[in-house]
Design a protein around this ligand. Structure first.
Ligand SMILES: NC(=O)c1ccc[n+]([C@@H]2O[C@H](COP(=O)([O-])OP(=O)(O)OC[C@H]3O[C@@H](n4cnc5c(N)ncnc54)[C@H](OP(=O)(O)O)[C@@H]3O)[C@@H](O)[C@H]2O)c1
Length: 287
C-alpha cells in the first residue's frame, strides 16, 4: 500500500491516479475527510492527518510499502524558517515511528543551494529526513509550468503577463506536474538503498518569451511579457500581504542569476515528456 500526502493537490492527486491506474493500493492522507471522499470512491483508504501532527502522520504512514511526502507550499516563511524546521522534525518522528518501507519526498530544484531563499525550506527538510535509516528519494523538480495558472487571466483579458523571471530570453528549468507525478509514482514502486536524489525537468528549458508566444498561439491574440522591475518587488509583495518577502525575492534572484540549478546541471537531470503548450492548453480550458 502506498500512502500519499497532498492528494487533494496537483502533484499528489496525479501520483495517486498513476498508482490506481496500475492497480496499486493507495491510502489517501487528507486533512479534511470530506475532501478525501472522491478518493474513497475510487477505492483508496482514507486517513486524516495534518502535516504538522506527528501522531496522525504515524497512523497514516504505518503499514505502507512506500510513502509520498509533500509539504504544502509556504511563500511567506519566518526569517528563521522555524515552520520548516518544525515540519521536518514532525515528519522525521512520524516516519521513524511508522517505519514505512521507503520514502519519496517532493523537494525542489536548488535544494542544495547554499544561499538562503524560499527553497531553503526544502534544504532544511532534506537534511533532517536524510538522517532516516530507511531508503529515501528526494525528487527535485524544476519550476512547475502550472505556475502559469497565475497568468491566465491577464494573458487572456489584457494580452500582458508580468514576469519576475528575467531576462526575457533566459531559459528556465521547468517541468509539467504530470511528469513530476508520473516519475514520483515510478519511484515509489522502485527499490533502492539509502538516500538518493532524482532531478527532473521538461524536454527543453523555457524562456519567459516562449511562455508569451505560446499563450499568443493558443489564445489567438498578441501576448507580451512585461518584466517587473527588481527594485519594486519588495513593496509589491508587501502590498500583497507578505510579511517577509525576502526569501521569495532571493529565490527569484537564484533562478535569474543561475545559482538555483540542478546539482547535476542540465546534463544530469531526468527529462519529462509533457511540453509547455499542452500545459497551457489545459490551464486555459480549466479557466
Ligand atoms: N510550484 C513550483 O514551481 C514548485 C517547484 C518545485 C517544487 N515545488 C513543491 O511542490 C509542493 C507543492 O505541490 P503542489 O503544487 O501539488 O501543491 P498544491 O496543489 O498547492 O497542493 C497542496 C496540498 O497540500 C495539502 N495541505 C495543505 N496544507 C496542509 C496541511 N497543513 N497538512 C496536510 N496537508 C496540507 C493540500 O490539502 P488541502 O486540499 O486540504 O488544502 C493539498 O493537497 C511544495 O512542496 C512546493 O515547494 C513546487
Amino acid at each position: 500500500m502506498f500512502a500519499i500526502t497532498g492528494i487533494t493537490g496537483k502533484v499528489g492527486g496525479e501520483v495517486a491516479r498513476n498508482l490506481l491506474a496500475g492497480n496499486q493500493p493507495v491510502r489517501a492522507v487528507v486533512r479534511d475527510l470530506r475532501k478525501g471522499e472522491p478518493w474513497a470512491q475510487l477505492g483508496c483508504g482514507l486517513v486524516r492527518a495534518d502535516i504538522n501532527d506527528a501522531g496522525a502522520l504515524t497512523s497514516a504512514f504505518k503499514g505502507a510499502e512506500s510513502v509520498f511526502v509533500l509539504v504544502p507550499p509556504n511563500f511567506d516563511p519566518s526569517p528563521d524558517f522555524h515552520e520548516a524546521r518544525a515540519t521536518a522534525a514532525t515528519l522525521k518522528s512520524a516516519i521513524e515511528a511508522a517505519r514505512p518501507g521507503r520514502v519519496v519526498y517532493l523537494s525542489t530544484i536548488g535544494a542544495q543551494a547554499t544561499q538562503s531563499n524560499l527553497l531553503t525550506q526544502h534544504t532544511i527538510i532534506e537534511q533532517v529526513l536524510g538522517e532516516l535509516s530507511m531508503p529515501i528519494t528526494f525528487l527535485r523538480p524544476g519550476w512547475f509550468m502550472e505556475n502559469c495558472s497565475w497568468d491566465i487571466a491577464s494573458a487572456t483579458d489584457d494580452g500582458v503577463i508580468s514576469s519576475f523571471l528575467q531576462p526575457i530570453d533566459k531559459p528556465v528549468p521547468m517541468v509539467a506536474t504530470a511528469d513530476v507525478a508520473r516519475v514520483a509514482a515510478e519511484l515509489l514502486q522502485e527499490t533502492w538503498n539509502g538516500r538518493r536524489v532524482v532531478e527532473l525537468e521538461g524536454l527543453h528549458r523555457v524562456t519567459p518569451h516562449e511562455i508569451a508566444t505560446t499563450f499568443a498561439d493558443l489564445l489567438g491574440r498578441p501576448v507580451r511579457m512585461e518584466l517587473v522591475p527588481r527594485e519594486t518587488w519588495e513593496s509589491l509583495f508587501k502590498s500583497q500581504g507578505m510579511k517577509n518577502p525576502i526569501p521569495r525575492i532571493k529565490m527569484l534572484d537564484g533562478f535569474n542569476e543561475g545559482w538555483i540549478e540542478f546539482e547535476g546541471a542540465e546534463a544530469g537531470s531526468r527529462k519529462g515528456k509533457v511540453g509547455l503548450q499542452a500545459v497551457l492548453q489545459t490551464l486555459i480550458e480549466l479557466r
